[in-house]
Design a protein around this ligand. Structure first.
Ligand code: CP
Length: 303
């Protein structure tokens, strides 16, 4: 893929310099910097449920002074059989400059990037990529430790269904962090091997600087997986209980893209505990999404 930000869809667009520039810009927005792009029209197309990503993109858009045109797939002509390509062609014809999109199909954006001038900003594609979550996670880690080189990051949980695991592991290793995976061994496969090894939870916990938990995505389970899964068993075998959290270094942080299945991936009391950065991640998401949208707007203006 050519590194250009006409669209922002995947971790593999982001080299280390770009990652650091985006973090610096997001930190500047958090410190009070402002920018205004009142001629830009943006629409948020969420074909999967979302609380954080949808809302924080919209807040980011409002803070940048963009004109936000709402789009609800359940009340659009998608219900009458309109294809995704025709939806984007239609929004382009109407004058939408940026489409922020979440869709259950991995790689949904490939065709869409070629059919019109409307920029695609990927807000999550199936088990593919989640670049804005990746960038806000990087910002939160950078804000805590000031660097990535040499950090030990443990990614634990439902990695097989996780676009966050794929995006974050790619950038963290590129930036010099060391990534390991844990949770149910059956959820680890060769596609993760280039980013890090699988390690048992008790071995992992005392080593990590960042414990990144992942939601068990029950909605993506097939019938066999659903049949054999219980939340209580998962919590007992792989959940971060208060006893397991005591194995962490005192300065280690707990992250989770959320929503958290309380008392499944993480004991409920730890969600807002002193080592948790979960709500800081959400707060940082607004500033990072401002930085990402600005990057796309600048690429459009320079095209
Ligand atoms: N982390 C995340 O993507 O949350 P939402 O599904 O609520 O947007």
């Amino acid at each position: 893929m050519t590194v250009t930000f006409k669209h922002f869809v995947s971790a593999d667009q982001v080299d280390n310099q770009t990652a650091n520039e985006l973090i610096a810009r997001a930190e500047a927005f958090k410190a009070g910097a402002t920018a205004s792009y009142p001629d830009v029209y943006v629409s948020n197309l969420f074909f999967e449920p979302s609380t954080r990503t949808h809302t924080s993109f919209e807040v980011a858009e409002q803070r940048l002074g963009l004109k936000v045109i709402n789009f609800d797939p359940t009340h659009s002509s998608v219900q009458k059989g309109e294809t995704l390509e025709d939806t984007i062609r239609t929004l382009n014809a109407i004058g939408i400059n940026i489409a922020v999109m979440r869709h259950p199909q991995a790689d949904y954006y490939r065709e869409l990037m070629t059919i019109s001038d409307t920029a695609i900003v990927n807000a999550g594609d199936g088990a593919g990529q989640h670049p804005s979550q990746m960038m806000l996670d990087l910002m939160t880690i950078h804000e805590t430790f000031g660097h990535f080189e040499g950090l030990r990051v443990g990614i634990v949980g439902d990695i097989s269904h996780s676009r966050v695991a794929r995006s974050d592991a790619a950038l963290l290793t590129q930036l010099g962090a060391s990534v390991s995976f844990s949770g149910p061994a059956a959820w680890y496969d060769d596609s993760f091997a280039s980013f890090g090894n699988f390690v048992g939870l008790d071995e992992l916990l005392p080593q990590v600087d960042v414990l990144m938990l992942l939601r068990v995505q029950l909605e993506r389970f097939d019938d066999v997986e659903r049949e054999s899964f219980t939340k209580a068993d998962y919590h007992r075998q792989y959940g971060i209980t208060e006893a397991r959290a005591a194995q962490l270094k005192p300065e280690a942080i707990i992250m989770h893209p959320a929503p958290v299945n309380r008392d499944v991936e993480l004991a409920s009391a730890l969600v807002t505990g002193p080592q948790s950065k979960i709500f800081t991640q959400m707060h940082n998401g607004v500033y990072m999404r401002m930085a990402m949208l600005e990057k796309v707007i600048q690429a459009q203006h320079n095209a």
